[in-house]
Design a protein around this ligand. Structure first.
Ligand code: ASP
Length: 310
């Protein structure tokens, strides 16, 4: 089946045991996800580009303190926040990525600006922050990102000297955010934004900003945004892996995505999930954890959202 336009979003994969969230909380989260999808569908219907639509959807998720991106991002070992983000256009293969940024409220906007206003794809750390200043992009204090829930998570991680990987922790948590879309012009795009993982080492970079790993888009195959244990997503080059299976092995979106989530990732113990869309606007949202916050809709399917397998 072909869809004129489509969008999917995620708010992280995780082992949020059913019952940890109250039914009211579940409904509230699902309503937020559905609202963002409904806005995305309206923008796509109006003819906006997939690139603009995924950026806007990620902006909304970054601004929501429940999720581990922008406001509400996790703490690193030093008790600070270091944020990563990437965006990619499937038509031109233009991409922008940043990592280790400490004072931009919406890291996805910085990634987009790197793509639009620099000759580079990826800026890291102090160089990325210099870019923010040079381009007069918005700045906030690092504690703008702090929330009590994330502070408590750091305290328990410090006690046990563990690095809490959002997707595998037993507590209920909200993770990395991302969006993929196909627009009416047939173009695909992907965007992902994260605070990384709780108690991560200073300077640690996961899969999210790495083009081809946590974020990838190519009109000839698919657009992908991933969430999960980043080290494994990096090792298996998840986004490009799906695209290559489609291009070279002629697999369809669903079978290529399931292969990387249930075979490649699990073969090294990697947990998580992803959202992906193909050039016909088909959507897939596989995950190998108990749940993944997710929403989707197309020109023919109204806004939907789910947390668990249903
Ligand atoms: N993939 C992200 C990272 O490893 C974390 C997540 O998706 O929750 O930085």
């Amino acid at each position: 089946m072909s869809h004129e336009y489509s969008i999917a979003i995620h708010g992280g994969a995780g082992a949020m045991s059913k019952g940890k969230l109250s039914l009211e909380q579940e409904d509230e989260i699902k309503a937020v996800l559905q609202t963002i999808i409904a806005e995305g569908l309206a923008n796509l219907k109006e003819g906006q580009s997939a690139l603009d639509v995924v950026q806007k959807a990620v902006n909304r998720l970054e601004d929501c303190p429940w999720f581990n991106a922008g406001k509400g991002a996790v703490f690193n070992h030093e008790g600070k926040h270091e944020l990563d983000a990437a965006i990619m256009c499937g038509k031109t293969l233009d991409a922008g990525a940043i990592s280790g940024i400490r004072f931009s409220p919406n890291p996805i906007d910085v990634a987009r600006s790197v793509m639009d206003n620099s000759p580079h794809v990826y800026l890291g750390g102090v160089g990325a922050e210099q870019f923010v200043r040079d381009h007069s992009l918005p700045e906030v204090d690092n504690d703008y990102f702090s929330t009590d829930m994330r502070f408590q998570q750091l305290q328990s991680a410090l006690k046990t000297q563990s690095v809490i990987l959002e997707p595998t922790s037993n507590d209920y948590k909200f993770g990395t955010v991302g969006a993929v879309a196909k627009d009416r012009h047939g173009n695909l795009a992907a965007a992902t934004s994260t605070g990384g993982i709780t108690n991560k080492e200073y300077g640690r970079i996961g899969d999210t900003p790495v083009i081809g790993s946590g974020t990838y888009a190519n009109n000839s195959t698919c657009a992908v945004s991933a969430t999960g244990h980043g080290e494994h997503f990096l090792r298996h080059v998840i986004g490009y892996n799906i695209s290559a299976r489609m291009a070279l092995a002629k697999e369809n979106l669903e079978s290529a995505s399931k292969h990387v989530v249930f075979e490649d990732l699990l073969s090294t113990g990697g947990s998580g999930g992803l959202i992906a869309v193909d050039s016909d606007g088909n959507i897939t949202l596989p995950f190998n954890t108990e749940g993944m916050y997710r929403g989707w809709g197309t020109s023919s399917i109204p806004a939907q959202s789910l947390i668990y397998e249903e």
